[in-house]
Design a protein around this ligand. Sequence first.
Ligand SMILES: *[C@@H]1O[C@H](CO)[C@@H](O)[C@H](O)[C@H]1NC(C)=O
Ligand SMILES: *[C@@H]1O[C@H](CO)[C@@H](O)[C@H](O)[C@H]1NC(C)=O
Ligand SMILES: *[C@@H]1O[C@H](CO)[C@@H](O)[C@H](O)[C@H]1NC(C)=O
Ligand SMILES: *[C@@H]1O[C@H](CO)[C@@H](O)[C@H](O)[C@H]1NC(C)=O
Ligand SMILES: *[C@@H]1O[C@H](CO)[C@@H](O)[C@H](O)[C@H]1NC(C)=O
Ligand SMILES: *[C@@H]1O[C@H](CO)[C@@H](O)[C@H](O)[C@H]1NC(C)=O
Ligand SMILES: *[C@@H]1O[C@H](CO)[C@@H](O)[C@H](O)[C@H]1NC(C)=O
Ligand SMILES: *[C@@H]1O[C@H](CO)[C@@H](O)[C@H](O)[C@H]1NC(C)=O
Ligand SMILES: *[C@@H]1O[C@H](CO)[C@@H](O)[C@H](O)[C@H]1NC(C)=O
Length: 450
Amino acid sequence: MERAKVLPLLHFLVPILACYCVGICMAIDNITITQPLRDPGNIFSSSQTFKLGFFSPQNTSNRYVGIMYNIPLMTVVWVANRDKPLNDSAGTLTISGDGNLVVLNGKNETLWSTNISDSARTRTAQLLDTGNLVLKDSSSGMTVWESFQFPTDSFLQKMKLGTTEKLTSWATSSNPSPGNFSVGLQTLPTAQIFIWNQNKVHWRSGPWGGNVFIGIQNMDSAYLNGYDLVDGGSESAYFTYTISNDWPPGHYFYNLTVTGVLMEQYWGEGSSSWQVTWLSMESQCDTYGKCGAFGSCNPQNTAICTCLKGFEPSDREEWDRGNWTHGCRRKTLLQCERSNSAGQDGFIKLQNMKVPDFAELKSASAQFCGELCLRNCSCSAYSYYTGIGCMHWSDSLVDIQQFSEGGADLYVRVVHSELGKTFLQHKSIIVPLFNFFRMTFSQPISVKSL
Ligand SMILES: *[C@@H]1O[C@H](CO)[C@@H](O)[C@H](O)[C@H]1NC(C)=O
Ligand SMILES: *[C@@H]1O[C@H](CO)[C@@H](O)[C@H](O)[C@H]1NC(C)=O
Ligand SMILES: *[C@@H]1O[C@H](CO)[C@@H](O)[C@H](O)[C@H]1NC(C)=O
Ligand SMILES: *[C@@H]1O[C@H](CO)[C@@H](O)[C@H](O)[C@H]1NC(C)=O
Ligand SMILES: *[C@@H]1O[C@H](CO)[C@@H](O)[C@H](O)[C@H]1NC(C)=O
Ligand SMILES: *[C@@H]1O[C@H](CO)[C@@H](O)[C@H](O)[C@H]1NC(C)=O
Ligand SMILES: *[C@@H]1O[C@H](CO)[C@@H](O)[C@H](O)[C@H]1NC(C)=O
Ligand SMILES: *[C@@H]1O[C@H](CO)[C@@H](O)[C@H](O)[C@H]1NC(C)=O
Ligand SMILES: *[C@@H]1O[C@H](CO)[C@@H](O)[C@H](O)[C@H]1NC(C)=O
């Protein structure tokens, strides 16, 4: 058969095929001014991983334009007109005369636009195989807008989770308009991922330790290679991930649910549902500041909160009722807080800890990190983590958790008299002053577990 005769036929068929078949047939991946997308049409990324089209969430007939995985189970990863639904199936996604990608209703009213101000260019929108929808100048090929810069509730590989690039939850599972929860990165003083409920911190990852966030238990046991903090330390830092060959093959993505839980989900070959492989909220201990100041949370204990050694509940009655919000306070003043100080304060070592929030970075070696803390009475704890360095905490210690493995060693300042006492609540190691100075001024020693 002669090629020249086949091609025009294909060009004619392609838009039609794209509308009615999912999967194997050849499909277009772009939208132009002459080739709009009308409900219920779809376009597909070049290797068919993602599709772009119209959808209705569960229990509503409202129509939205979204990017979805091209799998049998509807899985929406991005929504264009998230707070302006179409109320019928007369919607169109097209390039407008001014070069913007727009969602129009049946009356040609604009419900959503990419809002690029420099107008009147010829542009093409293309759905890439990463799930990114890009708007390009047709002449220069330059990208002027991309959906990855305006995430909704999903975090795909190669996307950026940054200080401005945040995810926001859907309002309800039938309504993709922005809900109360958001997730993003904060870079100072250490890079941490936070989930906020409106303006209140709901969850945090702990500091970035070079390969993983050290406040996420077991992050290092799975998929170690693939996470990255780009431009760490700067305001423009962002977190990203790339599915590498040592991950089981399939689709992976993160979703911020309507209840503020960040979920890692996996879809393997032949799957019929998403498998949840990780949750930010695995126990009550993952709720930010669950045990209040100087309280430590261990999900394996019947009473999940305990006061750190040397501390007692601020409000004993409330604490005993299981309301831990007021946390703990020191039983006695620190030696350094008294004028007639007899003896010195020391540190107890807690192992496998989610370290507190508000770490301050100090330029001190592993050996001098503790000494520096001891010298400053407002330093209430320190930790040295390879990949981060020396961290100090002043005043309150909040959002501490006892892990069963992983985490970091946390040294909490206590009065000298507390150092000798037995301590059962944590896997703790007492580092009396004697050991401390050996540790500081001679070779590092390994302190044995009790
Ligand atoms: C849109 O996709 C079709 C089919 O892959 C391709 O032939 C065409 O060149 C694309 N148009 C633009 C403007 O990229
Ligand atoms: C949809 O409605 C049904 C019946 O009212 C309800 O059982 C179900 O939970 C709803 N689903 C969602 C996602 O809201
Ligand atoms: C649908 O929305 C249009 C405006 O976009 C409005 O004029 C129309 O009344 C609505 N129809 C229904 C059934 O709500
Ligand atoms: C909307 O715009 C399209 C393309 O310009 C045109 O064909 C159609 O008639 C318009 N529809 C209405 C209701 O104005
Ligand atoms: C585009 O601009 C309009 C008017 O300023 C605004 O209402 C709308 O939210 C903007 N759309 C997007 C996607 O930013
Ligand atoms: C957000 O929280 C407020 C209360 O703080 C509540 O009234 C509202 O319904 C919540 N919004 C959503 C979308 O859940
Ligand atoms: C992502 O989160 C939304 C909102 O909670 C939920 O409706 C949707 O089912 C989630 N996606 C998957 C694949 O679980
Ligand atoms: C705990 O106590 C505080 C202050 O007394 C109160 O506002 C809060 O509602 C209590 N929380 C619970 C879960 O009872
Ligand atoms: C002690 O630590 C606090 C908090 O980090 C800091 O503001 C203060 O300057 C330190 N004092 C000295 C003497 O280093």
